[in-house]
Design a protein around this ligand. Structure first.
Ligand SMILES: *[C@@H]1O[C@H](CO)[C@@H](O)[C@H](O)[C@H]1NC(C)=O
Ligand SMILES: *[C@@H]1O[C@H](CO)[C@@H](O)[C@H](O)[C@H]1NC(C)=O
Length: 188
């Protein structure tokens, strides 16, 4: 009797899990070990960018972290933006500039500038407005980017003096657009 109920319960759970998984963008059919050179890459309408979602929430069902490989050609850059997830960068190739402002005023204000270089790493404090810019005229800037709590919700600023409240939400972000997610209210 007990054994029968246990089997029934497990079966129901399995059925539920399988159905709910299938309704998301799915990891089915992907090999466990994947060649990064063969993963989809795109500039998502941003000149000079190559973005690859190495492992992510939308395509692969990740819940806690997401990993990107991004390459910026000379002169290209991210928008000025913020997000409430943790973010770690590992610079693999090239060099450039990180611009970082704090979230403690009504607007970001003039950012601090940091030189970033091959084999350097940096993290972005939660909700601090930032911009990464390939300021090296001669080389691509390539970085591995790790974020928490995917999919990312990005607030974009026109300039460093735009109030935080006026920054525009872009969600789902460009590379997450193929799969809609429920928004979570946890922002500034
Ligand atoms: C990974 O993909 C690239 C590009 O298709 C290819 O040149 C390389 O040989 C692949 N690596 C392996 C180990 O299969
Ligand atoms: C990066 O730093 C580590 C630790 O010092 C070192 O082992 C590695 O060779 C460095 N890589 C490059 C590309 O410089």
């Amino acid at each position: 009797m007990e054994r029968c109920c246990f089997i029934f319960f497990t079966f129901t759970l399995l059925l539920f899990y399988t159905t709910s998984e299938a309704s998301h963008c799915s990891i089915k059919g992907l090999p466990l070990v994947r060649n990064i050179s063969e993963l989809p890459q795109d500039n998502y309408g941003r000149g000079g960018l190559s973005h690859i979602t190495v492992s992510g929430s939308v395509a692969h069902g990740m819940k806690e972290v997401e990993v990107w490989l991004q390459t910026f050609s000379p002169g290209s850059r991210t928008p000025i933006h913020r997000h409430s997830c943790e973010e770690v960068f590992v610079v693999l190739k090239g060099s450039g500039t990180l611009y970082l402002a704090s979230s403690s005023h009504k607007y970001p204000g003039k950012p601090l500038e940091y030189f970033i270089f091959s084999n350097s790493t940096f993290l972005i404090p939660i909700n601090d407005a930032h911009q990464v810019w390939n300021t090296n005229e001669h080389e691509d800037l390539q970085m591995l980017v790790i974020i928490s709590r995917p999919p990312v919700k990005v607030f974009i600023y026109d300039d460093w003096f735009m109030p935080h409240t006026a920054a525009k939400l872009k969600f789902p972000y460009y590379w997450d657009e193929q799969c809609q997610q429920e928004p979570v209210k946890d922002e500034l």
